[in-house]
Write a protein that binds this ligand. Structure first.
Ligand code: NDP
Length: 296
């Protein structure tokens, strides 16, 4: 029997714990605050930001939302970030990516106070993660780590493969899996678009994390019998539905389910975890900044 890992249910449990911690901080006079900044006309980015704001409301976090017209100069965004860095009611800052082409996204990430960088993308936080002393783990890979733990998957000594090497998913995921810590200690291979013979790498793995952004590219025959498959991919494909599209992962769920021992669905797998871990990082940021300890 293949276990279908229910990300929605696991994320709800995490959000309940995070909410308890947020309430405890509020009782101590420190209401955790998350500022989201949107400088984009992209509909998907608007949706992501409003989902994050809704999650704040449900978790007991004070959500602050800022919007800048996408034709404003980069300096306008930097000034806004500077203000939020100085604002003691704001513990976490998230600038929704992508920003317009005339704005240097690396400079944006570096402008955010590393203590408020709840995405975990500031070079200081990336460095701490690589050095094995993470402050804020990036939300999606951290969510995958939590999913594996909740599903009872021990990564210790396992062969893992991460398909994708982006700064937001693939690289931090690999870093978490190789860490000398709980949820790590896996022997980890990172694959990308230049990888020769992906199937060979997948077939010798116990754990597969797919984050390539290519619809259903990993099929059942490419993985080993009994492997654990975590599908990070979210891809829109044309479909004969009301919306005209459906969401699929990077894994062909139907065929992979036949061979995997456990697998995440899309939607309802990794997606809900990403937002839960953003709430987690915001509460952690409030705790670190205020010195009020919480049991996260
Ligand atoms: P990127 O496009 O930044 O990175 C994709 C990576 O996959 C690259 O490293 C690329 O290689 C690699 N790749 C592409 N094609 C192949 C291939 N055929 N074989 C092997 N490797 C390949 O994507 P992201 O990391 O931002 O996102 C990945 C997926 O995860 C997307 O579908 C995205 O929507 C989803 N996502 C989901 C989230 C969630 O909360 N569920 C959050 C974030 C992302 P190369 O470096 O050589 O180009």
């Amino acid at each position: 029997m293949t276990t279908i890992i229910d990300g929605k249910e696991i994320a709800e449990r995490i959000r309940a714990d995070v909410s308890n911690c947020a309430n405890r901080l509020t009782d101590e006079g420190v209401t955790p605050g998350l500022a989201t900044v949107l400088m984009s006309d992209d509909g998907a980015s608007e949706t992501y930001v409003s989902m994050k704001q809704r999650a704040c409301e449900e978790t007991g976090i004070e959500g602050i939302h800022e919007e800048l017209d996408s034709d404003r100069p980069a300096e306008a965004l930097f000034d806004r970030i500077d203000d939020l860095n100085e604002d003691p009611t704001v513990h976490g800052i998230l600038v929704q990516m992508p920003v317009p082409n005339h704005v240097d996204s690396r400079a944006v990430l570096e402008r955010i106070d590393p203590m408020k960088d709840v995405d975990g993308f500031h070079p200081e936080n990336v460095g701490r993660l690589v050095a094995g002393n993470p402050r804020f783990k990036p939300c999606t890979p951290h969510g995958v780590q939590k999913l594996l733990a909740a599903a009872g998957v021990d990564t210790e000594g396992k062969d893992a493969v991460v398909v994708g090497r982006s700064d937001i998913v693939g690289k931090p995921m690999a870093n978490l899996l190789i860490q000398k810590a709980a949820g790590g200690n896996a022997t980890t291979t990172v694959c990308h678009s230049h990888t020769d013979d992906l199937t060979e790498k997948l077939r010798r793995s116990d754990i597969v994390v797919a984050a390539a952004g290519v619809p259903e590219m990993i099929t059942g025959d490419m993985i080993s019998e009994g492997s654990v498959v975590i599908d990070v991919g979210v891809n829109r494909i044309d479909a004969d539905s009301e919306k005209g599209y459906e969401l699929v992962g990077d894994v062909d769920f139907k065929s992979a389910k036949e061979r995997a021992s456990a697998i995440t669905p899309v939607p309802g797998g990794v997606g809900p975890m990403t937002i839960a871990m953003l709430m987690y990082n915001t509460v952690k940021a409030a705790s670190l900044q205020s010195g009020v300890e919480v049991n996260l």
